[in-house]
Design a protein. Structure first.
Length: 314
């Protein structure tokens, strides 16, 4: 059986993240320093000192998590990570995965992520956009509730994170109506999320169009390892298909459940290594398929344990 590496997106950041790992592996702080040099913002200081309100601002979070994912990836490779059968990244993590695959260089990726964050933040006026989480409903029921509420105001199912765990996105007033309706329809939990950006909804189309111009200006390579992308939950057939999916990434749903199922079914993945701060993706994997072993790598001990597990699964 095989292993895959997955990269987290927004929501996994925390003040003090990767401190212990950086004490053991110099490449962690060095990776953040590269980001600081390119974007002229001290991301390591922000990661260690916060405040939480600042590192939760999407304009900071996205480059921060991108740097964190690559920092852990470099540490993993420094201690002998075998080549994975495939890789994937959740939302922003797809950009990190593209770097790990060799399709994109780190510096170009930083500029792309920075622009992505700025465009997404400015996609709707302050206070008008957001996201919510609906738990305990089927994907079909969540989609139906969104369609019932949506009209002049947008609300869409956008993150299919695990069975019974779907995030919706759109205009704040429509989201609030959807949350109330979901509770009436039997949702175990329906809550607004502390997010002011309608991520992965059609409200991001203009941002996606502008971002596509930058995507087309970058010199891309063919990935050296299969990369399962969010929108289609498959690895693209070629570089052109990869870029087509990436251009639509910010306004397309994240098919995470299907992505994990693709890793399991198409690449015989039995172990998942989460490269980056936190263990959100490990938690989602347990909800999708408990038979898949999911391993965090945010500390020296967990990183070495993951390395040992991957050597068994190669």
């Amino acid at each position: 059986m095989n292993f895959a590496v997955v990269f987290p997106g927004q929501g996994s950041q925390s003040v003090g993240m990767l401190k212990a790992l950086a004490a053991e592996y110099k490449v962690v702080a060095e990776t953040f320093a590269e980001a600081s040099d390119v974007l002229d913002i001290d991301y390591w200081s922000l990661a260690q000192n916060g405040p939480d309100t600042e590192i939760s601002d999407t304009r900071i979070t996205q480059p921060l998590m991108y740097a964190g994912g690559i920092a852990v990836w470099r540490a993993l490779n420094e201690v002998g990570l075998p080549k994975p059968a495939a890789i994937a990244g959740h939302s922003l993590g797809e950009l990190t995965a593209l770097v790990a695959s060799g399709a994109l260089n780190y510096a170009d990726g930083l500029k792309l992520v920075y622009q992505r964050a700025q465009l997404m933040s400015a996609a709707v006026p302050d206070g008008e956009g957001g996201m919510a989480a609906l738990l305990g409903m089927s994907d079909e029921d969540v989609i139906a509730v969104c369609k019932e509420v949506s009209g002049e105001r947008v609300v869409e199912a956008v993150n299919f994170n695990a069975p019974g765990q779907v995030a919706i996105s759109g205009h704040k007033d429509a989201l609030e109506k959807c949350v109330n309706l979901a509770k009436e329809r039997g949702a175990k939990k329906a809550i607004m999320l502390p997010v002011s950006v309608p991520n992965h909804s059609s409200l991001m189309r203009d941002a996606g169009a502008k971002l596509a111009e930058t995507i087309d200006s970058i010199e891309w390579q063919t990935p050296s390892v299969p990369l399962v992308q969010n929108a289609q939950a498959v690895a693209p057939a070629d570089k052109a298909a990869m870029l087509e999916s990436l251009r639509a990434h910010v306004f397309s749903p994240v098919q995470w459940t299907r992505s994990i199922e693709c890793l399991r079914d198409q690449y015989q993945v039995s172990t998942l290594v989460e490269s980056g701060p936190g263990k959100v993706l490990c938690g989602l994997c347990k909800r999708i398929d408990r038979s898949i072993v999911s391993l965090p790598t945010e500390s020296p001990d967990t990183l070495l344990a993951a390395i040992e597990a991957t050597k068994v699964n190669t």
